[in-house]
Design a protein around this ligand. Structure first.
Ligand code: MTE
Ligand code: MO
Length: 172
C-alpha cells in the first residue's frame, strides 16, 4: 500500500516536472524545408541551422497570423496587412535581447527596441489586402506598426523602424 502510494507520488512528480519543463522550453524549431526568407541570428535559443534560426514561408505562416488595418505613408487609404507578430517570431527563435537589428535585402538596417514588439502589435506583414507581398511590393516581409490604432507611432523614429524587404534580424 505504502509502496503503491510512493509509485503514484513519483508518477505525479514526473508529470509535474515535465509540464514545468515544457512551459519554459518552446517546442524545438524544425529546420526549414523551403526557401529561407528570414534569418534570425545573434542571441537565439532555438537555432535550427548552425547557430541561427531560419524560417521559410510555411514556417512564418504556421505562426498565428495577425491582421492590422491601417493607413501608412506607403499606400493610398487604409490597407489590411497580415503576418506573424514580431514578438511571435522572436519567441519562435528563442530570442533573448533588448534590441534587434532589422536588415533589408538592400542592407538598409534599423534598430528596434524589443519593447516595441511587447507594447504594440507590430507585425512582419507577408500580405497586403490578401495579396502576398512580393519583393517588388516591399515584401517578402514588411515591419508594420499599428499606426491607426496608436497615432503617436506616426513619427520619423518609428518610420525609420518600418523596414520593408526584411531579410535578417540580429538579436542584440
Ligand atoms: N528596406 C528599406 N526600408 C526602409 C527604408 C529603406 O531605405 N529601405 N527607409 C526607412 C525610412 S528612413 C523611412 S523614413 C521610411 C519611409 O521611407 P520613404 O519616405 O522612402 O517611403 O521607410 C523606412 N524603411
Ligand atoms: Mo527616414
Amino acid at each position: 500500500m505504502i509502496r503503491r502510494l510512493l509509485v503514484d507520488k513519483f508518477a505525479v512528480f514526473i508529470v509535474a516536472a515535465g509540464l514545468a519543463w515544457l512551459s519554459t522550453h518552446a517546442i524545438a524549431l524544425e529546420p526549414p524545408k523551403g526557401t529561407v526568407i528570414l534569418v534570425v541570428s545573434g542571441n537565439v535559443g532555438q537555432a535550427n541551422v548552425g547557430d541561427e534560426a531560419h524560417f521559410d514561408k510555411a514556417m512564418l505562416e504556421a505562426l498565428a497570423q495577425h491582421e492590422t488595418i491601417t493607413h501608412t505613408p506607403w499606400y493610398d487609404g487604409a490597407v489590411s496587412f497580415s503576418g506573424p507578430l514580431g514578438r511571435a517570431i522572436l519567441e519562435a527563435a528563442g530570442a533573448e535581447g533588448e534590441s534587434i537589428r532589422v536588415v533589408a535585402l538592400n542592407e538598409y538596417a534599423s534598430t528596434i527596441p524589443v519593447s516595441d514588439f511587447e507594447n504594440y502589435d507590430v507585425i512582419l506583414a507577408m500580405q497586403a489586402n490578401g495579396q502576398a507581398l512580393r519583393v517588388r511590393d516591399q515584401g517578402p516581409l514588411f515591419v508594420i506598426y499599428p499606426f491607426d490604432q496608436h497615432p503617436e507611432l506616426l513619427n520619423e523614429e518609428i518610420l525609420m523602424r518600418s523596414v520593408w524587404q526584411v531579410a535578417r534580424i540580429d538579436v542584440e
